[in-house]
Design a protein around this ligand. Structure first.
Ligand code: GLU
Length: 445
């Protein structure tokens, strides 16, 4: 069975980049009939906040990305300790005592010599006596995972193809701090083993973590899952954008963006498939395939999102919209207004043309006479025909010889207070005979 996971650290709100990762992992599980786990990576007690855990849940729920179950790292610390003990016994974890400053100096020296800043494993040269003396001085070690330099690392990446790493070119990662708290690397691996995760899909900023973790899986006696790393999202300006890092569900909601528009866009952004306003998830799932993912950074453009959102709103059924429409707005109202909006939040502005009050416009004497004539035949237009606008305008055309703008614009202005707006054929029956009559009379002065 396919098991995927989305593992956010609750140190902030979800942003568009991690929403995309969550979505893709959910999709991978869906197409395989598998499970999608929400795993809260909250080992960093200082920076993790319960309000962010709740916000992550709420955002995923709003997006319709539903987890099969939720796990929390803070509830699994004994598992990490057990793995730590095992790896220590087998010599894959070792204590190190360098201070931040010492490490920084080592880095600078290497960089100064034009060498990669790889940790020199100085801690492995310490004798028992050296360690005992550090401890006696009250220095607590941090802990590193010892990479096996004799074992070349390679995997077939779902997006990047064959990836190879020489472990000798990587630093042994620090996995635990001197205060005994955990860094990301080991808990994540332990969880992926214990939770039976079969497929890890995450951003390409994790590629070198994957190299390390593959050795951790093996050291823990487990088979690594399959890995895929998607290219990162960039803003339209072409570089990693700060703005994208803060762009989340709240700002989308404020802008009136539908969750479905985000899903449609993020399902295909960065793939070779066209980004289309597809609301049917089954259709998005049918075409979802890691082999369509490109390696170039995917460009996130607000204009694409707006375009997708408008198209989705224009095609939205009354039933899907009705809970968010102004009171009293029925299906005919929705259909009249729908083509004129790009977000549902704009509905109210147009619906006011029906419910009033409307703006009053200035008319010439000639137009006032024309509108007065229109008022006098409004009753007849409503009675003669179930399409009162067509009846009204054709009668007026015949009687006055007006056509085009001269015919339509004063009527639209008098009936709605606007120069443009929803189709008058749909709007007039909604305004109704009496109100329409009154507005014409008012405009005719
Ligand atoms: N908590 C990690 C992050 O947010 C998870 C990375 C992973 O998917 O393993 O970057």
């Amino acid at each position: 069975m396919t098991i995927t996971r989305f593992a956010p650290s609750p140190t902030g709100r979800l942003h568009v980049g991690n929403i995309r990762t969550a979505l893709h992992n959910w999709m991978l599980a869906q197409i395989a009939g598998g499970e999608f786990i929400l795993r809260i990576d909250d080992t960093d007690a200082q920076r993790s906040k319960e309000e962010y855990v709740e916000a992550i849940r709420a955002d995923l729920a709003w997006l319709g990305i539903e987890a099969s179950r939720e796990e929390r790292q803070s509830a699994r610390l004994d598992h990490y300790q057990a793995a730590f003990d095992t790896l220590r016994e087998t010599g894959r974890i070792y204590p190190a005592y360098e201070t931040q400053q010492e490490l920084e100096l080592k880095r600078k020296v290497l960089l100064g010599r034009g060498l990669p800043p790889i940790y020199d494993r100085g801690a492995l040269d310490l004798t028992d006596a050296d360690r005992a003396s550090k401890e006696a001085d009250g220095v607590h070690p941090h802990w590193r995972f010892k990479l096996d330099h004799s074992e070349q690392i390679g995997w077939q990446d779902g997006v990047r193809g064959a990836v190879k790493f020489d472990p000798a070119l990587l630093s042994d990662p620090v996995i635990r701090r001197a205060d005994r708290s955990w860094l990301y690397m080991l808990p994540s691996t332990v969880d992926d083993v214990d939770m039976g995760v079969t497929q890890v899909l995450r951003g390409e900023d994790h590629v070198s973590n994957t190299a390390v973790q593959i050795q951790m899986f093996t050291a823990l006696g487990a088979n690594p899952p399959s890995f895929a790393h998607e290219a990162l999202l960039v803003g339209t300006e072409g570089k990693l954008s700060k703005r994208l890092g803060s762009l989340g569900c709240d700002s989308f909601r404020e802008r009136g963006i539908e969750a479905k528009a985000i899903i449609a866009l993020l399902s295909r952004l960065g793939t070779s498939l066209p980004v289309e306003p597809i609301v049917d998830r089954a259709k998005l799932l049918e075409t979802f395939d890691l082999s369509t993912f490109g390696r170039a950074p995917a460009k996130f453009d607000d204009a694409d999102l707006d375009r997708i959102n408008s198209a989705i709103v224009h095609a939205m059924d009354f039933d899907a919209a009705k809970d968010r429409l102004p009171e009293g707005m029925d299906e005919a109202g929705w259909h009249a207004v729908r083509p004129n909006i790009s977000t549902i939040s704009e509905v109210g502005d147009w619906w006011r043309l029906v419910t009033g009050p409307i703006e009053s416009c200035e008319f010439s004497d000639e137009d006032r006479a024309f509108l007065s004539h229109a008022a006098s035949i409004m009753n007849a237009a409503f009675e003669a025909d179930d399409a009162p606008w067509a009846a009204l305008t054709s009668a007026l055309k015949e009687a006055t010889g007006r056509k085009g703008k001269a015919l339509f614009l004063p009527l639209r202005q008098a009936l709605t207070g606007m120069n443009h707006g929803p189709d008058m054929g749909e709007l007039l029956p909604l305004i109704g005979k009496e109100v329409a009559h009154a507005r014409l009379v008012q405009a005719a002065g």
